[in-house]
Design a protein around this ligand. Structure first.
Ligand code: MG
Length: 336
């Protein structure tokens, strides 16, 4: 591991640097799971806590997005969707959320109202109550940081480690929309069509496919599709083979990524899911997803292999092959 003296922005980027930091810090914590469930050692989207025959799933995340309001959402909507989606990709029905705000002194109350109103809208749409909250005010720092934690219940929890050779890989829609929407708004860059964040709660869509052979799921947030696929490949100890030309990417996102020199596969998404599904159920699951509003552009983009364990290999549109590495962090800081 790289010797760390000072924390850098990359340590919050959802890539190798962040995982190494969490692993290092976790060594100070003697208790990291409950009742034989999973926890900090697995670093999955949520922890599984077996309680009297049921699987409670517990997750937490903090949001530091800049700007607080962006095309397609704001920090409040993002904080709700992020936590609902981390529960959903564990196969868990979201039950309740807590939220804590760290607010800079002088922050406009009207903005806070708009942000909390957005949280309320997602709470109603997804039918997930916010049952506990806290506010702290600081005299300097970021304008607003929101933490949300959530609990859910999973009949059959889905972990990153369950992918088998032969399983198909599905992405539920176009990638990179959130990262580019936030970045272009922040930097005041125009790319022709106005790009919107894909920020959305995914539980309703995911609940429709849970009865099928779903072996792994992940929301490709920070570090994007590249990070999500690498984590699944490593934790499942299989190879993943991806056909690059099957990955749905909007023209505007592609153009913006090229202009900025960013790999769109490493950009954050907030309304997408990567699914590893048994070969026999893949077309069925794809059909179900494509009938939903959020999954209408879903595609099978590849499959799990016995070869190249722990690695993601991508066939490029010209027919060559390259290793799709785990990114060190997100190429764009503070997008979520
Ligand atoms: Mg996640």
């Amino acid at each position: 591991m790289e010797r760390i003296n000072l924390i850098k922005s990359i340590h919050g980027g959802g890539g190798i640097a962040m995982y190494e930091l969490i692993s290092r810090l976790a060594k100070n914590l003697p208790l990291r799971s409950v009742n034989g469930g999973t926890g900090l050692d697995e670093q999955d989207d949520g922890a599984i806590i077996p309680v009297s025959g049921k699987n409670l799933v517990f997750t937490t995340d903090s949001y530091t997005v800049d700007p607080l309001f962006f095309p397609g959402g704001n920090i409040g909507k993002l904080s709700m969707c992020g936590t609902i989606n981390d529960l959903a990709v564990m196969g868990a029905r979201p039950v309740a959320i807590s939220s804590a705000f760290v607010i800079s002194e002088g922050f406009p109350l009207s903005d806070l109202d708009r942000i909390v109103n957005s949280m309320g809208k997602i709470s109603r749409i997804a039918n997930v109550p916010i049952v506990a909250a806290d506010t702290k005010v600081v005299d300097k720092g970021l304008d607003l940081i929101i933490n949300t934690a959530g609990i859910g219940i999973a009949k059959n929890p889905v972990m990153d480690s369950g992918l088998n050779p032969g399983d198909k890989i599905i992405i539920s829609g176009s990638i990179g929309d959130h990262g580019i929407a936030v970045l272009s708004d922040r930097e005041g860059i125009k790319f022709g069509t106005r790009l919107k964040s894909d920020c959305a709660p995914l539980w309703t869509m995911i609940s429709k496919i849970l009865g099928y052979g779903i072996h792994a799921m992940k929301d490709p947030t920070r570090g994007g599709l590249a990070s999500a696929l690498n984590e699944i490949a490593k934790k499942s100890d299989v190879g993943i083979f991806i056909d690059e030309k099957r990955i749905p990417i909007r023209k505007g996102v592609m153009a913006a990524s090229e202009m900025l020199g960013i790999d769109p596969l490493t950009l954050a998404n907030e309304g997408k899911v990567v699914i590893g599904v048994s070969d026999s159920d893949a077309n069925r699951v794809l059909g179900i997803l494509q009938k939903t509003r959020l999954g209408k552009n879903a595609r099978i983009i590849g499959e799990a292999t016995k070869e190249n364990k722990g690695r993601v290999i991508m066939e490029t549109p010209t027919g060559g092959k390259r290793i799709l590495d785990m990114p060190l962090g997100d190429p764009v800081p503070r997008v979520c």
